[in-house]
Design a protein around this ligand. Structure first.
Ligand code: ATP
Ligand code: MG
Length: 240
């Protein structure tokens, strides 16, 4: 039986804006099993980024449980959360969050510090990851010298820096044209099939979402619908 790597129970998140409480997630129950490739869709403001930030230990719930490999992360101190983020999770942010004063390779190397001791090994690995996302020859460019799509690829390479077991990607194809979209989804699907990486990807694009194995629809902070995607059929075909 598949093992749940991510599980939420009655997950609720409200943001405080002055004295007003803004509800973002409401009693949300979710389970993602090891090796799954899941898409999250939903209208703007439905809580997708909030959910991903909480699953990625970047933000804390207002109430409810978030279990990562069976551990309730909502109860952990920041020092432990930092280790979990560094060792287990690769995060692709909706707004990239690249450091502007570092070039592409240095941005990818950064999360490896503290994990890979040798500078030359960090460099080699970052260049290899940039090659994998189609950015060979752009290693020395700073983010402002790269197109939005290229910055997104750097962000994906950075998410892969520490060989995470889980990738959480917020609109990783949002700024790409059709061909680049296919390439990035193909890259994520390859990681999922070949390395067993668990992937949760937020997308507005139904074509992109169709390439995952399970689609979850979020509305007003709740999962309201679930559908099977094409990737599941592909995986089953490869296993048979
Ligand atoms: N830091 C914040 N402070 C106050 N309210 C917030 C904050 N971040 C998000 N919200 C609110 O929480 C709700 C969910 O926001 P969230 O960013 O998770 O939506 P989303 O589904 O990712 O939207 P989009 O598709 O536009 O990225 C929205 O009503 C939003 O206004
Ligand atoms: Mg968002």
């Amino acid at each position: 039986m598949s093992k749940p790597v991510l599980k939420t129970e009655k997950l609720t998140k409200s943001y405080m804006l002055g004295k007003r409480s803004i509800p973002a997630l409401s009693n949300l129950n979710l389970q993602v099993n090891a090796g799954e490739f899941v898409a999250i869709m939903g209208p703007s403001g439905s809580g997708k980024t909030t959910l991903l930030n909480i699953l990625g230990c970047i933000d804390k719930p207002t109430s409810g449980q978030v279990l990562l490999d069976g551990v309730d992360v909502a109860a952990l101190p920041e020092s432990e959360l930092y280790k979990i983020r560094r060792n287990k999770i690769g995060f692709v942010f909706q707004t990239f969050n690249l450091l502007p004063y570092l070039n592409a390779r240095e941005n990818v190397e950064l999360p490896m510090e503290g994990k890979i001791k040798s500078k030359s090994e960090r460099r080699r690995k970052a260049s290899e990851l940039l090659r994998m996302v189609g950015l060979s020859g752009r290693e020395e460019h700073r983010p402002q010298k790269l197109s939005a799509g290229e910055q997104q690829r750097v962000a994906i390479a950075r998410a892969l820096a520490n060989d995470p077991a889980i990738i959480l990607a917020d609109e990783p194809t949002g700024n790409l044209d059709a061909r680049n979209k296919r390439e990035i989804v193909g890259l994520l699907a390859d990681l999922n099939v070949n390395q067993g990486t668990t992937i949760v990807m937020v997308t507005h694009d139904s074509h992109v979402a169709a390439h995952t194995e399970r689609l979850l629809f979020l509305n007003d902070g709740k999962i309201t619908k679930e559908k099977q995607g094409l990737h599941l059929a592909k995986k089953k075909a490869e296993c048979s």
